[in-house]
Design a protein. Structure first.
Length: 266
């Protein structure tokens, strides 16, 4: 394997530990990569508001790909570099199709201004969560371009089964994935971690063959397939382990940093 020119890594379940922290060892490896001129791009399903807490670890490239590729954030300028939004008509069409086909779905939305939800939507994370900026029916929430449409149902507790059922009814009209929870994460057609990472790498003059990527969940599959070198975490979703060309130690064991230290001789 030739030495990669860019590192692309998921965050939750991959680079960061279960408590959301970055270990001292991982932090040191990221600093050393910066010193030798290897950019590290965070490529996450997290919304912007949950990615900001890790911006201190972003190097001079200064970019983060968030919301599964729907947004590229320029950290230094504190503004979007690229947005890939779902248009209102498509959001309304997809929400109606899903509601008619899958029982009990309740929707939430992500925009640059924050998240909104239907009254019955229960957040998928425990602990304190910032209030929704709007609470209204999806028909109203769909009236603006969105970064991401989210859907969950008390009638479906298996993430893979919920994803398969959703894809069966919406096809490729939008991109649908999940990142461990039984929560549908819906982006504009063609918008994935991979397609946005490719746009960023083209701007940087880096080919897919020169990218090493890390991930653990189905939303990472396009990126791992696209990158020249791919690593699944040891505790990754079975589909990710089957897809990736290599296996890294788990995220609690600093798997990403340990692999990068070996690959780059740090």
């Amino acid at each position: 394997m030739s030495t990669p020119k860019l590192v692309a890594t998921d965050l939750d379940g991959t680079l960061v530990r279960a408590d959301g922290s970055v270990s001292d060892f991982t932090r040191d490896v990221l600093v050393k990569l910066e010193e030798i001129g290897v950019p590290v791009i965070f490529v996450t399903g997290r919304p912007l508001r949950w990615t900001r807490e890790l911006f201190d670890h972003i190097g001079s490239v200064g970019l983060a790909i968030v919301s599964n590729g729907a947004l590229v954030w320029d950290v230094a300028a504190d503004q979007p570099r690229l947005t890939r939004l779902i248009e209102p008509a498509l959001t309304a069409e997809v929400a109606t199709t899903l509601k008619d086909s899958l029982s009990g779905l309740v929707f939430a939305t992500e925009s640059l201004e924050g998240w909104s939800c239907e009254p019955a939507f229960a957040p998928h994370v425990s602990g304190t969560m910032e209030p929704a900026k709007r609470v209204a029916a999806i028909e109203e929430l769909a009236e603006e371009p969105l970064i991401k449409l989210l859907a969950r149902s008390a009638d479906h507790d298996d993430a893979d089964e919920l994803l398969a059922a959703a894809v069966a009814v919406v096809g490729d009209r939008v991109n649908v994935t999940h990142s461990s929870f039984p929560l549908l994460e819906i982006s504009a057609p063609g918008v994935t971690k991979a397609s946005t990472l490719e746009l960023v790498c083209t701007e940087l003059g880096i080919s897919d063959a020169d990218v090493i990527a890390f991930g653990d969940m189905p939303n990472d599959l396009p990126m791992l397939t696209w990158a020249g070198t791919s690593y699944a975490m040891a505790d990754a979703h079975p589909s990710v382990v089957a897809c990736a060309s290599h296996l890294a130690p788990g995220h609690e064991d600093d798997g990403v940093a340990r692999v990068l230290a070996g690959v780059f001789g740090l």
